[in-house]
Every structure is written in structure tokens, then in C-alpha cells.
Ligand binder design. Structure first.
Ligand code: BTN
Length: 240
């Protein structure tokens, strides 16, 4: 066990899913903590998908206390923190956040984030960042990207350190100034803002113009002049 920033940190050789490992650990230690692993044998993604976990990539799960209703804001904060992390290693890449919190680099998905509720009521934030390699396509059929493919020779632990710094900085900003600054920063880097997008919710699809983010992080979709508030779903990538 170690410390990283304000977090307790455990780096495992192998585990099924770092989200499960951190769930077990935060019940024991009762403090904000993070688990990383070199290998994940059953990494999982959003909407029941699996997360292809190639060795050399970063798999990290954070557990921390936060009110249930703040999930939309935490999703925005986490996507921004990943975007800023990737930007440090690849300053020339075209980086975008895709609602709720995917990060795209030169049009391919480089990171995914899965929020879950821990057994002790903490939030678990599980993040995968493609560092050394990327699958040909994601499980959802998206194009993918990695830091290495963008020309950055980073190692997973360096990326972890950078992420923790970015997260801690944004969290301080959020605590001192509120959500609005983050919302604006997120929108400045948003994929397809003002354009027609398709949001998938289970088997249903809703089409509309991406009008912005609400003050709780929900997506605002303009469907024939009527603004719909979307709390959960996937914005489809239109280049896969
Ligand atoms: C998605 O885009 O669908 C979310 C992917 C989340 C993957 C990460 S990898 C670390 C953590 N452990 C898991 O099993 N999933 C998350």
C-alpha cells in the first residue's frame, strides 16, 4: 500500500476488475482510495459491455464519498480530468469529451469511465486509459486510440500520477467555485456541441441537436424546438 496525492493506493499485478477490488478495499479502510492493476481479466464498461484490457494500459478505480445526486457533476469532472491528462502527453491531438465522459483523441475513443455505487455507499469511479495500445475497435464498435498511437511514450503509472493531479485540482476548483466553471470548460471541449447527435438509451435512439449541459451535468437535447433533459445514455460516434 502507498499514497498518491490524498489517496491510499494499491497497485495489483492482476485482478478481475479494479472496480470490484476497490469496492472490497474501501469497506476495509473507509477512506478515499484507488486501486490500479497491471492486468484485468474481466474489465467491464458501461451498459453491461466488457472493457478490453490490454496489458500496458491504465486500469484505475477510485472510491470516495460524495452525495448520490452529484453523479452528473462527477461524470463531467472525471471526463475533464482525463482530457487534461491526455493533453499533457499529447498537446497536439484533437481532444474532445463525449457525453457523459468518454474522451476522444483524433476521433478515436482513448478512455472510458464507469461509475458505480460501492457497498459502503462511496462512489466508485473506474477509468480505463489506452496508454500502450488500443483495441482495433471498442466493444461498442467505436474507433479507438492510445497515447502510444498518438506518439506519446508514456507509462501507465506516469499517466496515473498526472490524472490524480488533474482530478485533485479540478475537485478543489469545484469545491471553491461550484459546478459552473467545470460545465463551461467541459462545453469548450465537447464533441458535436450544436450539431445533430443520436443518443442511445438501451435499444431506443433519440435524435436531436446537442444544445448543452444542464446545471447538474445532464445532456440537453433539442428535439424539434423542445429541450429534452437526458440523464443517462450514450452519444453515438458518427465515424465508427
Ligand atoms: C466504458 O467506456 O464503457 C467505461 C469503461 C471503464 C473501464 C474501466 S477500466 C478500470 C475499471 N475497471 C473496470 O472493470 N472498468 C473500469
Amino acid at each position: 500500500m502507498d499514497n498518491i496525492g490524498s489517496w491510499l493506493w494499491l497497485d495489483l499485478e492482476e485482478t478481475q476488475s479494479t472496480n470490484d477490488a476497490v469496492d472490497r478495499w474501501c469497506q476495509e479502510c473507509g477512506q478515499p482510495c484507488v486501486v490500479t492493476a497491471k492486468r484485468q481479466t474481466a474489465g467491464r464498461g458501461r451498459r453491461g459491455r466488457s472493457w478490453i484490457s490490454q496489458e500496458g494500459n491504465l486500469f484505475m478505480s477510485f472510491a470516495f464519498p460524495a452525495p448520490v445526486e452529484n453523479i452528473g457533476e462527477m461524470a463531467v469532472l472525471s471526463g475533464l480530468a482525463v482530457l487534461k491528462t491526455v493533453r499533457c502527453f499529447c498537446p497536439n491531438a484533437n481532444l474532445k469529451v463525449k457525453w457523459p465522459n468518454d474522451v476522444l483523441a483524433d476521433g478515436g475513443k482513448i478512455s472510458g469511465i464507469l461509475f458505480e455505487r460501492a457497498t459502503n455507499g462511496f462512489w466508485i469511479m473506474g477509468i480505463g486509459i489506452n496508454v500502450r495500445s488500443n483495441p482495433l475497435k471498442s466493444v461498442a464498435g467505436y474507433r479507438t486510440m492510445s497515447l502510444n498511437a498518438l506518439g506519446a511514450k508514456a507509462e501507465r503509472i506516469e499517466v496515473l500520477h498526472q490524472f490524480v493531479m488533474q482530478w485533485d485540482e479540478l475537485m478543489l476548483l469545484y469545491q471553491h467555485t461550484g459546478f459552473e466553471v467545470l460545465r463551461r470548460q467541459w462545453l469548450d471541449n465537447a464533441y458535436n456541441l450544436g450539431k445533430t447527435i443520436v443518443v442511445r438509451q438501451g435499444t431506443a435512439e433519440i435524435c436531436g441537436i446537442f444544445a448543452g449541459l444542464d446545471d447538474d451535468g445532464a445532456l440537453l437535447l433539442d428535439t424539434d424546438g423542445k429541450i429534452k433533459k437526458i440523464l443517462a445514455g450514450d452519444v453515438m460516434l458518427n465515424n465508427n
